[in-house]
Write a protein that binds this ligand. Structure first.
Ligand code: NAD
Length: 539
């Protein structure tokens, strides 16, 4: 391992947050694990796999592993339940989401323990998942009937054709989710699928399956028929393709590499897919930004969930005239972040989830430092707190040759770049195949929105890190370019789970020669009608 010397180690180590006195074993007892594991669709006597609690490295849960045959069973059960569910009125389906909203807020401590234990994140960041999931439940609980209602459309000839556009459920949605936001990314994408009349076969990441299983129990308590949400657990490359190959629609969240494979499988079967993938997100601090607020926002932008957040910022562009003043504030705040693994509020940042994540973060930082980057804060692993802790890290002097410049780190590491003009900042921020999220800081909101519109990302936050856009659940969220296809949230987030169907009924006369009109007269009549319809302003 490269020795990061005191000179470039960012001066001072992050303080440690006090522990909460609760252990992983007491927060997630084996009796709870056994109860939740019964929600996995897997045959009796299935092989099992242990997960490990990232905070401490202790064994956490022994989970049955579903096979391809179990995926078949899951689809059979889901299909068996879907039609009766779809036949219920939308408002009855939506009521389940609204009850789930209330239950989730009431019982949030249970799931906060699970999320922290499975992912290692700080409780505040686990709470963000509760918040986002409750907002999605409220939104689709209240707005689904409007999104899904039949809409009258104009026919070929007014009055003669009565046309209605309707929405039908796809059937069974195959949903594959990652480990980083296990509540939000398993549940929030499933809620609009359910309310639109679908069933869901979900494959969460094995590491975070308990959180998804807990959410399923809660949704069943809120009134969802139990068979409608099947959860299969197992190795991604083994059962992931089986989930895709049986789905009527695929909702995938994960890496760009896996997303491409999923898209190809879905394309071969001509089923639709939405893909929420990786990013290399940029934040722009313009010359007129409020530097205190921007520094505080940058901390949230870069280090929430230890940077294991698809929309977190890994490239920070700051105007040269304010760079020193901004960096002084940003680095001081970053160095003061309290790291900790207690199962209670109090830590500002938790652990990474796995050795694989720690290895990538360490490699990106070490290689950059070796090639001449300077560490303004952090830069080191913190095994004194837990096996997978790494300090929130700010790198200056990063160049194109360093992996950290272009590759997604997916950890608590941000690189600083200075710019002179807005055009230059926008062009460099856009010079990435990704296009997920970005953030612009300025005192002039109009200017901020104008810069935002030039950034090639699915969401842009002005004077906020990521929560303003993500929390706008009535508005679409997703990626351009290598960051994905399709959107969650808003109308797109629910209509993707439906097929549009046009039902047009013809009255009085057909759209063809009739009532003794010969072909020529019919053509002449229709030519006059078309001219009249345009003159009258018909669309
Ligand atoms: P990953 O692609 O390795 O795994 C994601 C899921 O896909 C897991 O459940 C995994 O088991 C499964 N999987 C693996 N191989 C598969 C295959 N061949 N076929 C089908 N499924 C398969 O991603 P990860 O490392 O777990 O997650 C982190 C990535 O997810 C990051 O790149 C991050 O940016 C991205 N992400 C994106 C969003 C978003 O909304 N855009 C949100 C969260 C995470």
């Amino acid at each position: 391992m490269t020795d990061i010397t005191a000179e470039n180690s960012g001066a001072g180590r992050n303080p440690v947050a006090p522990g909460a006195g609760r252990t992983v074993a007491s927060a997630v007892p084996q009796s709870l694990v056994a109860r939740l594991a019964r929600g996995i669709t897997a045959a009796e006597g299935a092989a099992t796999e242990w997960t490990v609690a990232p905070l401490t490295g202790e064994p956490l849960a022994e989970l049955p592993q579903s096979t391809v045959a179990d995926v078949d069973t899951a689809y059979r059960l889901a299909r068996g339940a879907q039609q009766a569910w779809a036949a219920r009125p939308v408002r009855a389906r939506a009521a389940v989401l609204l009850r789930f909203h209330d239950l989730l807020l009431k019982r949030q401590d249970e799931v906060l323990d699970l999320i922290q234990t499975e992912t290692g994140k700080a409780r505040l960041h686990a709470f963000e998942e509760v918040l986002a999931t409750a907002m999605a439940a409220r939104h689709y609980g209240r707005a689904a009937a409007g999104y899904l209602k039949d809409r009258r459309r104009g026919g070929a000839v007014p009055v003669l054709t009565h046309t209605v556009e309707g929405r039908r459920p796809k059937g069974v949605v195959g949903q594959i989710s990652p480990w980083n936001y296990p509540l939000e990314l398993s549940v929030s994408d499933a809620l609009p699928a359910f309310v639109a009349g679908n069933a869901v076969v979900n494959k969460p990441d094995t590491q975070t399956a308990l959180t998804a299983l807990w959410a399923r129990e809660l949704l069943v308590e809120a009134g969802l028929p139990a068979e409608l949400w099947q959860i299969v657990v197992g190795d991604g490359p083994v059962i992931g393709p089986a989930v895709v190959e049986r789905a009527d629609y695929v909702s995938f969240t994960g890496s760009t590499r896996t997303g491409r494979e999923v898209a190809q499988r879905a394309a071969a079967r001509l089923v639709g897919a939405s893909l929420e993938l990786g990013g290399k997100n940029a934040m722009l601090v313009l010359a007129d930004a409020d530097l205190e607020k921007a520094a505080e926002g940058a901390v949230r932008a870069c280090f929430s969930s230890a940077g294991q957040l698809c929309i977190s910022i890994e490239r920070l562009f700051v105007h040269g005239s304010v760079a020193d003043a901004f960096l002084e504030r940003f680095a001081a705040r970053t160095r003061a972040l309290r790291l900790g693994g207690g199962l209670a509020y109090g830590a500002d940042m938790g652990s990474l989830v796995s050795q694989r994540q720690l290895d990538t973060v360490t490699r990106h930082v070490e290689e950059a430092v070796k090639a001449g980057a300077t560490v303004l804060a952090g830069g080191q692993a913190r095994p004194d707190i837990g096996p997978l802790f790494f300090e929130p890290t700010i790198l200056d002097g990063v160049t194109d040759q360093m992996a950290v410049c272009a590759e997604e780190t997916f950890g608590p590491v941000v690189s600083i770049y200075r710019f002179d003009t807005e055009d230059e900042a926008v062009a460099t921020a856009n010079a990435t195949p990704y296009g997920l999220n970005s953030s612009v800081w300025t005192r002039d909101l109009r200017r901020g929105r104008a810069v935002a519109a030039r950034l090639r990302t699915g969401t842009v936050n002005v004077n906020e890190a990521y929560a303003a856009a993500y929390g706008s659940v009535a508005s679409p969220m997703g990626g351009m370019g290598d960051s994905g296809l399709g959107r969650r949230h808003g109308a797109e987030g629910i209509l993707r789970y439906t097929e549009a169907q046009t039902i047009a009924s013809q009255r009085v006369m057909p759209l063809a020669p009739a009532f003794g009109l010969d072909d020529e007269k019919f053509a002449a009549l229709f030519t006059r009608s078309l001219r009249a319809l345009k003159a009258l302003g018909f669309k």
